[in-house]
Design a binder for this molecule. Structure first.
Ligand code: FAD
Length: 256
């Protein structure tokens, strides 16, 4: 089967694009390499999603996922490895299967930046986590270390202080204290755009180059959400991009 639109990533941007694409009468497949919901899934208090004050990431994203599926979008759990642009057909290669579509929307978001090689060697076999809310409870009354200097690192430290026996704080590239049971890394995020390297134009940090129209350097390939070049990376801007990218994809499909 050839889908009208394949969307890579089932976060806010991808699922919103799925809603708009499906409502325009197009066949839509969303490919997700992890679980649907994206990076917001572990956040327990969202106060700036209009109309849903003090919701959780899991609750919000489950509603949006259901809305997309109810409107007809299909979702497959398979990581996209590579996309080959064959003009009016795009081949999307995943770990387990290959899919074809006439248009593609990239919505892969961002992922936590990894520690330096030196720190990773230092950490050895100790567990490394990127989310204190998810994993902090595993280290009750044990010493842990937080790597990072920004607001996220401060937030992780405050959270872990209520659980761990001691919370060390170090910066990027500092040596990791020997007696720690786990390493919590909070040194920013990087775009998950490895699967489109060489396909569309990326900036020097790896974000897909696009402006408010969400068009990439390749015809029929659009981009939405945190993985594109933009000033504000938030849920509402990801949703807005999803709508724009889908609208653009629908116009392109109607033209060809
Ligand atoms: C801790 C934290 C708290 C936040 N709190 C708020 C808040 O309160 N309010 C707010 O507005 N924003 C908040 N944000 C920002 C917000 O979460 C993001 O702006 C938004 O979720 C981005 O959505 P997205 O769909 O672009 O990307 P993501 O949510 O990152 O979704 C991308 C999806 O693509 C998948 N994917 C990646 N690569 C592939 C591949 N190769 N193949 C298949 N699937 C792939 C990923 O698994 C993921 O599910 C927060 C972010 C974090 C990290």
């Amino acid at each position: 089967m050839i889908y009208d639109i394949i969307i890579v990533g089932a976060g806010m941007a991808g699922l919103t694009a799925a809603i708009y694409g499906s409502r325009a009468g197009k066949s839509v497949l969303v490919l997700e390499g992890n679980i649907h919901g994206g990076q917001i899934i572990n956040t327990i208090n969202i106060e700036n999603w209009p109309g849903d004050y003090k919701t959780t990431g899991a609750e919000l994203m489950q509603k949006i996922y259901k809305q997309a599926v109810d409107l007809g979008a299909e979702v497959e759990y398979d990581e996209v490895i590579k996309i080959v642009d064959k003009g009016e057909q795009k081949e999307v290669e995943c770990e387990d299967a290959k899919y074809t579509a006439r248009a593609v929307i990239l919505a892969m978001g961002t992922e936590p930046r990894k520690m330096s090689d030196k720190q990773a060697r230092d950490a050895g076999n100790r567990p490394v986590s990127y989310c204190a809310t998810c994993d902090g409870a595993l280290y009750k009354n044990k010493p842990v270390v937080v790597v990072g200097s920004g607001n996220t690192a401060k937030h992780e430290m405050t959270y872990l202080k209520g659980i761990a026996s001691k919370v060390y704080h170090i910066h990027h590239d500092d040596p990791i204290p020997r007696d720690t049971a786990a390493v919590f890394v909070a040194i920013g995020r990087v775009p998950s755009t490895e699967c489109v390297e060489g396909l569309v134009e990326l900036d020097k940090e790896g974000y897909v180059v696009a402006n408010e129209d969400c068009a990439t350097s390749q015809e029929g390939i659009y981009v939405a959400g945190d993985c594109r070049t933009k000033k504000v990376r938030q849920l509402v801007t990801a949703a807005a991009d999803g709508a724009t990218a889908a609208e653009k994809a629908v116009r392109y499909l109607n033209k060809i």
